[in-house]
Design a protein. Structure first.
Length: 347
């Protein structure tokens, strides 16, 4: 399975055998970050902007109503669901959230409702990437007004795919607000001696890295002129990233919407150096990811949300096309066969 295929889908319910209460205490509940992530196995940089950030984040799916409009009430339910299962925060309107298929107004409504639902209990990272740098700058300002904690963006898309253009793009977006900025590196090679320059931009304080070359990220971190936070974005390999110890602080992914307790618990176990136990949960995550990426239509993986009782509608075209009921039931039977996801679509 190629990295390109996986990253397009990797961005929940309580899993059988995983305690949501324990996860909330360890990864996303009321426990102080220093208590939950005091071990050296997950890195927490110094600085107020990083306080409470370590742990699992959902790259939030964007839910739609039957008429195709954004379902803002469901946004709030998704946030509550993630928090109840131990998530630390949410990455809004990224790849999983179909950000490039939403209007700017729709994206802002997602930011506003997610912030409203969290009520300060979670970190909110707004992805504001757009084809146009000017549009991304405007969206960053609106995201800040909505009350998010961080702003993030992919590198230039389609146009300007070179380092100088990316540097100018990030500089403009990061400089649009006083919020810390997180680079979203997806499917791109990290070149430590080159990419360290991004962190010369004053507000650039972190990176969401959706790739597998963890050694290059570690090299980059060693060259940084200031504290910064890194998150692993490949769901099926997050435990490998955590094994680097002083590099990654958590994970941001698609399946964190669907099996959040798995990811929250993996983070908690990694923070305590209990990798043998984390491997058992990681095996289930890999099995789930294998199923998710087997379908080219993104509406299949999004239909897992219906399976767990949080119907978010299909993916927007061209990412996906609506499923017929027979198609959904056949896919649900495959989820049934995994044996560790509670089905709630029959109530």
């Amino acid at each position: 399975m190629s990295e390109t295929t996986r990253r397009g889908f990797m961005g929940g319910m309580t899993a059988v055998g995983v305690s949501a209460t324990a996860d909330a205490m360890l990864c996303g509940g009321d426990a102080a970050p220093s208590a939950a992530f005091g071990a050296a196995s997950l890195r927490v940089p110094d600085g107020a902007e990083f306080a409470g950030m370590a742990g699992a984040y959902a790259a939030l799916v964007t839910p739609y109503r039957a008429d195709g409009s954004v379902n803002e009430e469901m946004v709030e339910k998704l946030v509550e669901h993630g928090l109840a299962n131990g998530l630390r925060g949410f990455y809004l309107t990224g790849s999983t959230g179909e950000g490039f298929l939403l209007s700017s107004d729709e994206r802002v409504r997602v930011y506003e409702r997610a912030v409203k639902a969290a009520r300060g209990r979670a970190k909110m990272i707004a992805h504001v990437g757009c084809l146009s740098t000017d549009d991304a700058v405007k969206l960053a300002r609106r995201a800040a007004k909505a009350g998010v904690d961080w702003v993030s963006s992919v590198a230039p898309v389609y146009f300007g795919q070179n380092f100088d253009a990316a540097f100018a793009h990030y500089s403009a977006i990061a400089g649009a607000t006083d919020l810390p900025f997180m680079i979203y590196s997806v499917g791109a090679q990290v070149v430590p001696d080159r990419d360290v320059r991004f962190f010369e931009i004053p507000n650039v304080k972190g990176m969401k890295y959706t790739g597998y070359a963890y050694w290059t990220v570690k090299q980059l971190r060693r060259r940084l002129p200031k504290p910064a936070i890194f998150f692993a974005g490949a769901d099926e390999q997050e435990l490998c990233a955590f094994a680097y110890g002083d590099t990654f602080s958590g994970c941001i992914g698609t399946s964190d919407n669907m099996i959040p307790a798995h990811h929250a618990r993996i983070c908690a176990l990694a923070a305590e150096g209990r990798f043998a136990e984390a491997q058992l949960l990681m095996d289930e995550v890999v099995r789930f990811v294998d199923l998710v990426v087997s379908a080219p239509n993104a509406s299949y993986w999004k239909s897992v949300m219906r399976y767990i009782g949080l119907d978010c509608g299909p993916a927007r075209s061209p990412a996906g096309q609506p499923l017929g009921e027979a198609e959904y039931q056949a896919y649900a039977a495959k989820i049934d066969a995994l044996g560790f996801i509670e089905r709630k679509d029959r109530a």
